[in-house]
Design a protein around this ligand. Structure first.
Ligand code: NAI
Length: 462
């Protein structure tokens, strides 16, 4: 029986990053993972494969819509769906084997199989029991189910099945206008599917800045996606090859039906804790079924910690990574910390949408006095050059102190640009700090500086 300082359950971004940091800090570390490859949902059936399909379908969109205007003439490429899926799988393979390499380099043991915790200090994998001073649960999440909707991963799919469809559907209905629905919906819209998104709320991407929600939906509509808002899906009926999505329009109460070849259920995710034995151990869960932890990721049972999608907070790979590193530091006797106020969120559509901090609406609702600076990408030379002049940067700052409280960007490269604001917020910077920082020309980032200038005496190119 092997003895470890730490056993981590789950090799997703939370678990594998935590393992590497534990090993770097001198702890003897093992990771339990039941999949055939490391990397969890993110690398195998989430962030990474969807980005491959988003990239490939974006290239097609460029060829179809923008090449001719740039003098690139000729027939647009046709889609070889099998090859596109192989390219996606290759991308997954490069990343998952990369983590295997990092495990070997850091002398981390991979305990292959699904783990249970028979008691604190012990993890059972198959017939073997391994001992550890501390256990970190990083078991992630799975798609939540919707009453009346049975997923078969062929006609009615979650994000997992949507990455592996046998063919590109003629008609795709997406339930839920959240991140998954909009990213994968836009992949298939670009590949030629007739995509309709049915959403319960009146706006896309719940919780986002209202200006962004409106602009984002308009842009996606221009790209051909259709939306039925304020509609509660109550069930899906399937035949061998087709589906009927039943929904009720909240305003009128009328019951409607939508035909589809494929239905993507993207109505949220829930913690995956099945089989860990948490009940018997007495590990406390929150009302929402998440593992309850204290400020140092300790559960109610001594020696058992939890991070990532299995606990409270946004279900984001990078939030799990940060918690993974921080809990490793706690276990090594250092001071691990995560600033939950500065966790960016990105939607990888074209244009990208990125947010950090609080929204104008939330701040105003909390009674804060704020001012905003907004700059449209239409005034950014670089964005116009690449046919991406839609969208804007919106900065929210404290009215008195000018300190940055939040930012939303919809536009080219938004997911990378948001980090300038994350760093600024970590340093307690003001909009003026950004405005006084020289930004290279011509870059998309100039739009961030212009938004900062708009918080003061005014943007230059507005
Ligand atoms: P979500 O919570 O973002 O959105 C789900 C949407 O479904 C909501 O707008 C909700 O109102 C709607 N909905 C729920 N029940 C409905 C019904 N019966 N009829 C119609 N609409 C209904 O969930 P999503 O998109 O499934 O994503 C799950 C998690 O994965 C999220 O926490 C997300 O942040 C994360 N994720 C993040 C990504 C990224 O950062 N780029 C990519 C993919 C997932």
């Amino acid at each position: 029986m092997a003895q470890y300082d730490v056993i981590i359950i789950g090799a997703g971004p939370g678990g594998y990053v935590s393992a590497i940091r534990c090993a770097q800090l001198g702890l003897k570390t093992a990771v339990v993972e039941g999949r055939d490859t490391l990397g969890g949902t993110c690398l195998n059936v989430g962030c990474i494969p969807s980005k491959a399909l988003l990239h490939a379908s974006h290239m097609l969109h460029e060829a179809e819509h923008n090449f001719a205007a740039m003098g690139l003439k000729g027939k647009s490429p046709s889609v070889d769906w099998e090859q596109m899926k192989s390219y996606k799988d290759e991308t997954i393979g490069q990343n998952t084997t990369g983590i295997e390499f990092l495990f070997k380099k850091n002398k981390i043991d991979w305990l292959r199989g699904w783990g249970t915790i028979p008691e604190a200090g012990k993890v059972k994998v198959g017939d073997e029991v391994h001992e550890a001073k501390n256990i970190v649960i990083a078991s992630g999440s799975v798609p939540s189910s919707l009453p009346g909707v049975e997923v078969d991963e062929k006609i009615v799919v979650t994000s997992t099945g949507a990455l592996e469809l046998a063919k590109i559907p003629k008609k795709l209905t997406v339930i839920g206008a959240g991140v998954i629905g909009l990213e994968l919906g836009s992949v298939y819209a670009r590949l030629g599917s007739d995509v309709t998104v049915v959403e319960y709320l009146d706006a896309v991407c719940p919780g986002m800045d209202k200006d962004v929600q409106r602009s984002f939906k308009r842009i996606l509509e221009k790209q051909g996606m259709k939306f039925i808002m304020g509609a509660a899906v109550s069930g899906v009926e399937t035949t061998k090859t087709k589906a009927k999505v039943k929904y009720t329009l909240k305003k009128t109460g009328s019951e409607e039906v939508l035909d589809a070849d494929v239905v993507l259920v993207a109505t949220g995710r829930k913690p995956f804790t099945d089989g860990l034995g948490l009940d018997a151990l007495g590990v406390k869960l929150s009302e929402r079924g998440q593992i309850a932890t204290d400020a140092h990721w300790a559960t109610s049972v001594k020696g058992i910690y939890a991070i990532g999608d299995a606990i409270d907070g946004p279900m984001l790979a990078h939030k799990a990574e940060d918690e993974g590193m921080a809990v490793a530091e706690v276990l090594a006797g250092k001071k691990g910390h995560v600033n939950y106020g500065v966790i960016p969120g990105v939607v990888y559509t074209t244009p990208e949408v990125a947010t950090v901090g609080q929204t104008e609406a939330d701040l105003k609702a909390a009674g804060r006095k704020v001012k905003t600076g907004k700059f449209m990408f239409m005034g950014n030379a670089r964005a116009k050059t690449v046919h991406q002049g839609e969208g804007f940067v919106k900065l929210i700052v404290d009215k008195e102190t000018d300190r940055i409280l939040g930012c939303s960007i919809i536009g080219p490269g938004a997911g990378d640009m948001i980090h300038e604001i994350c760093v600024a917020m970590e340093f307690g910077a003001s909009a003026q700090d950004i405005a006084l920082t020289c930004h290279a020309h011509p870059t998309y980032s100039e739009a961030v500086r212009e938004a900062a200038l708009a918080c003061g005496d005014g943007a230059i190119h507005a």
